[in-house]
Design a protein around this ligand. Structure first.
Ligand SMILES: Cc1cc2nc3c(=O)[nH]c(=O)nc-3n(C[C@H](O)[C@H](O)[C@H](O)COP(=O)(O)OP(=O)(O)OC[C@H]3O[C@@H](n4cnc5c(N)ncnc54)[C@H](O)[C@@H]3O)c2cc1C
Length: 442
């Protein structure tokens, strides 16, 4: 018997990876994407945009059998490079010497996954913007070139991002919960080009952070030796996008708060006023499935980017769904319910961790207490790896469920508070009785 026809909405990172898993299982997979084919069109308008790919994302890519050539599009970042206001820099490793997150081009990764999906048998319809999803009859409606078109399938999967059309159709059904929460901050991407000699202008082995309390700038390296910076700033208020309304104000602001970026961003003012300012949203909804339709990736759980986990979590969704299909197929109702029930606590956990990490990145990383605590944690982890693992390591360099990482992170955090009460920060981490501390966890 022929296997079902699965319609996937959205050929972004998650939709493309999912289409590989499903096509390899023998389903007839059709993917619909509103943008043109990125392999033939410059859909990002010439801008390089990158993201951090870490263990969860890498495991999913490996399980899908698509790690070939991946190292050609990614650059390892072994830690954070903190840029102080006085332009001094200091490096904080993310974990052990062999542990790194990887800066990868969003565009190249997406193109690569689409190519692999086609090779696996999935078909793509670009420039197909879905207007409506009929979840009772599993039909998607499009208006392509002004002409209405409909496509039917056996299963619909919405990987159509934070503003999902499939999710909008769920909103019209009974007993569907939905919440969206915008940060008061927005973001703007800026580019540090390669230097005159064609080389990186700042160290490419790190994720650079300019933490400034209520706002921050970060930069990740690209394989063309440029860096993509992201400025996170409140929309309104004293230091805000709204306040930076003239070239003079932008120049003054950067020279006051990010002075060491001025020599490496030659056309800052042009970029600042040309590149868009975008918002940051967290989406929570439940259930993720209705009849024979399922939401996946940002469509069901968009999060803020401060733990570098949105794509990684979406890729992990694909891997876990693939495993559940192996166990429960052809009972799609069980597949969907098992997936959403087991996954929801974990995506709620990473949503919380991502929000919390904004404060850590923009404020705490430059703090002497934070650095002391990180050193101490690394020592405890080295001596008692089964008892204590830094939260960052559990989230980024492991595949443990996010909810378990949050739970263990909370327990460690309360012990860390106790440590800070007992030991003054002048105590060298080497002088602290680790056995006693680990005992406080019980
Ligand atoms: C500034 C920033 C930095 C980030 N950094 C990281 C990071 O370092 N690491 C990380 O893991 N994650 C990061 N993320 C999160 C990551 O970008 C998302 O989690 C990821 O892109 C989600 O993939 P997706 O395929 O679910 O959704 P999307 O990437 O949004 O893809 C959805 C696709 O659906 C298409 N689509 C939408 N509506 C329709 C429609 N009606 N009809 C047809 N097609 C449609 C869109 O065109 C798009 O191609 C970051 C996010 C932001 C905003």
């Amino acid at each position: 018997m022929a296997k079902e026809k699965i319609l996937i909405l959205g050929a972004g990172l998650v939709g493309s990876l999912l289409s590989i898993f499903l096509a390899k299982k023998g389903f007839k997979v059709e993917v619909f994407e509103k943008r043109p084919d990125p392999r033939k069109n410059d859909v990002l308008g010439g801008r390089s945009i990158n993201l951090a790919l870490s263990d969860r994302g890498l495991l999913a890519l490996e399980k899908a059998g698509v790690t070939r050539n991946l190292d050609q599009v990614m650059l390892p970042m072994h830690g954070r490079m903190i840029h102080q206001l006085d332009s001094q820099v200091h490096f904080q490793p993310y974990g052990k010497a062999n542990q790194a997150i990887n800066s990868v081009s969003r565009g190249l990764l997406n193109e690569y996954l689409i190519g692999e999906a086609e090779a696996a048998g999935a078909s793509f319809r670009f420039e197909h913007k879905c207007e409506r999803a009929d979840i009772d009859n599993s039909v998607l409606s499009f208006s392509t070139g002004g002409k209405p078109k409909e496509y039917g399938g056996d299963i619909i999967i919405g990987a159509d991002g934070a503003y999902s059309v499939l999710r909008a159709s769920f909103l019209h059904s009974d007993r569907f919960n939905f919440m969206q929460d915008y940060l008061p901050h927005g973001y703007k991407e800026l580019n540090i080009p390669a230097g005159k000699n064609g080389e990186f202008q700042i160290d490419p082995n790190a994720l650079h952070i300019w933490p400034r309390g209520k706002f921050m700038l970060i930069a990740l390296p690209n394989i063309d030796k440029s860096f993509t910076c992201t400025l996170f700033l409140p929309f309104e208020g004293e230091s805000s996008f709204e306040a930076l309304d003239s070239p003079e104000k932008v120049a003054t602001f950067f020279s006051e708060v990010f002075p060491d970026t001025l020599p490496v961003i030659p056309n800052l003012i042009d970029q600042f006023f040309t590149n868009p300012t975008s918002s940051l949203v967290t989406i929570r909804c439940y259930p993720w499935s209705k009849k024979r339709s399922l939401l996946l990736g940002d469509a069901s759980h968009a999060i803020v980017p401060f733990f570098g986990q949105g794509m990684n979590a979406g890729f992990e969704d694909c891997r876990l769904l693939d495993e559940i299909i192996d166990a429960e197929y052809p009972n799609w109702e069980t597949v969907f319910q098992t997936f959403e029930k087991s996954r929801k606590p974990n995506t709620d956990a990473i949503a919380k961790l991502a929000n919390d990490n904004f404060i850590e990145m923009r404020d705490k990383v430059a703090d002497a207490g934070f650095i002391w605590q990180k050193k101490l944690e690394a020592r405890i982890h080295e001596k008692y790896p089964d008892k204590w693992t830094p939260l960052y390591t559990m989230v980024t360099f492991s595949n443990m469920p996010y909810s378990k990482a949050l739970e263990q992170g909370n327990r460690q955090e309360s012990v860390m508070r106790k440590i800070r009460e007992v030991y003054p920060m002048s105590t060298p981490p080497e002088a602290i009785d680790l056995e006693k501390i680990v005992g406080w966890l019980d």
